[in-house]
Design a protein around this ligand. Structure first.
Ligand SMILES: *Cc1c(COP(=O)(O)O)cnc(C)c1O
Length: 469
């Protein structure tokens, strides 16, 4: 076992522990070398195409992979599966209103359901949507609604070495320029996500959202939040921003939301459930339209594609994710893994974000051409070494420019190791770190991959590759 468990204690820090104990376990095991090789070939060197049974430690995503609490499991028995007006809907509505502060709630089956509705309702053909770095499904829905996403995140977000404490912030000068060049009437809304998934789970400061709000007010532009990871974002505000240290996570989340006109959320992330999402707005007319559309695409407005029992678990998940001790252990586990890698000199995105450790594939393979997909290659190597599953966040995920049809070349070429919430122990993190170290030590041997099948939308999910070696 790694002797790196003492990380932190060397600096005199006392250890923290998770504010829960384990009541039920799900056995896992590692395939042998040959089994892992066969599985990787069958999956076309795309970790999304692996069967989960072939995976030992699954860090593909933190989406819907959360372990629910005993309270949430018990709540499933309290599902009111009425088609209309389920009591679970009203509990969810009350809980969202209390913690996020918005007036009107529309439940959706998951985050992209909410993104679809808000994009169709609030974007007119030809309008632009400035935001703090794209997210795959968010941008696609904005484009499908006739909008164009414009990235106005601060430059530091694109630099994996920058130690800026709030790399998710919007660059106010960039935003102002977009508004002035396009005209306020051509801005559908500003799309602000905290934390920023694609930048490495990097947070947005309270000062920034306040300033964005003021700028939007001056031009009469709406501000909507992607609140999918906002409780995790709040932890960083508490930790890093003057004036917030002694305030509970819940209070910080509420203060942040109060600067916006509405929000959408995938509850599969910091909402601590396996499925579900919602959309909230303060404007009644917009709400009426959304409530109308949800019936067409998701389900009646009092269930929106989710079972009553799942709405009940969602409501409890909201309360649990606002628990400060829980959030400390959540972010603490991400840091524990990151700190081990840093001690070994392995290149990762700095500073460590809220939900994942991002390996810098260009640091692993500086001489590999981008056309050979360094991050896709690294993710495949990691699985081959020890059955640890991560995912590519680089050129494959970025896709093609809809106008030129050419591959986008994002500044960041990363492998994301995402930690499911309340699922793995520190020993799993030790094993993961050692697997990464083994791949790092053999980095000179990697040749890269070529894409042999490319789907039209969100290609990273289903693309297939072959090794160049
Ligand atoms: C996952 C995610 C979404 C999409 O939510 P789904 O529930 O997967 O549809 C949107 N925004 C962010 C920031 C996310 O992380």
């Amino acid at each position: 076992m790694s002797n790196m468990k003492t990380t932190g204690q060397q600096h005199g820090r006392r250890s923290w522990a998770e504010p829960w104990k384990i009541k039920m376990v799900e056995p896992i095991d590692m395939l042998d070398d040959e089994g892992r090789r066969g599985a990787m070939e069958e999956a076309g060197y795309n970790t999304f195409l692996l069967r989960s049974d072939a995976v030992y430690i699954d860090l593909l995503t933190d989406s819907g992979t959360n372990a629910m609490s005993d309270r949430q499991w018990a709540a499933l028995m309290m599902g009111d599966e009425a088609y209309a007006g389920s009591r679970n809907y009203y509990r969810l509505e009350e809980t969202v209103q209390k913690f996020y502060g918005y007036r009107y709630l529309v439940p959706t089956h998951q985050g992209r359901g909410a993104e679809h509705l808000i994009s169709q309702a609030a974007i007119k053909e030809g309008q632009v949507v400035p935001g703090n770095m794209y997210f795959t499904t968010t941008r696609l829905h904005q484009e499908l609604a006739g909008g164009t996403f414009i990235d106005v995140i601060i430059d530091e977000a694109h630099d994996p070495k920058s130690e800026h404490p709030f790399k998710g912030n919007i660059d106010l000068a960039k935003l102002e320029r977009v508004i002035e060049e396009r005209g306020a009437g051509n801005i559908a809304y500003v799309s602000l996500a905290g934390t920023v998934n694609m930048a490495g789970g990097q947070p947005v400061s309270m000062e920034n959202v306040k300033a964005v709000r003021e700028l939007c007010n001056r031009h009469g532009v709406k501000l909507y939040l992607d609140a999918t990871r906002l409780a995790e974002n709040a932890y960083f505000i508490k930790e890093r921003e003057p004036g917030w240290r002694d305030r509970p996570i819940a209070e910080i989340v509420r203060a942040f939301c109060d600067y916006s006109d509405g929000a959408w959320k995938s509850s599969k992330k910091d909402g601590l459930v396996n499925i579900g999402g919602w959309l909230c707005v303060n404007d009644f007319e917009l709400f009426e339209e959304l409530r109308n559309m949800v019936v067409v695409y998701e389900g009646l407005h009092t269930y929106g594609g989710i079972a009553g029992r799942d709405m009940e678990a969602m409501a409890i998940g909201i309360e649990e994710c606002m628990n400060d001790d829980y959030m400390h252990s959540r972010i603490g586990q991400v840091r524990y893994l990151a700190d081990m890698l840093l001690e070994w000199g392995i290149p990762i995105v700095r500073p460590t974000g809220g939900h994942a450790v991002f390996l810098d594939a260009l640091g692993f393979y500086p001489d590999m051409p981008r056309e050979c997909y360094p991050a896709q290659t690294l993710a495949a190597k990691l699985f081959l070494d020890s059955g640890v599953r991560g995912m590519e966040r680089g050129a494959v995920s970025a896709g093609r420019d809809p106008e030129t049809g050419l591959d986008r070349k994002p500044a960041l070429e990363l492998v994301r190791l995402t930690l499911p919430r309340r699922v793995y122990t520190q020993a799993h993190m030790d094993v993961t770190a050692e697997a990464i170290k083994a791949v790092w030590d053999k980095r000179g041997e990697a040749k890269g991959l070529k894409m042999v099948y490319e789907p039209r939308y969100l290609r990273f999910f289903q693309a297939r590759f072959e090794p160049l070696e």
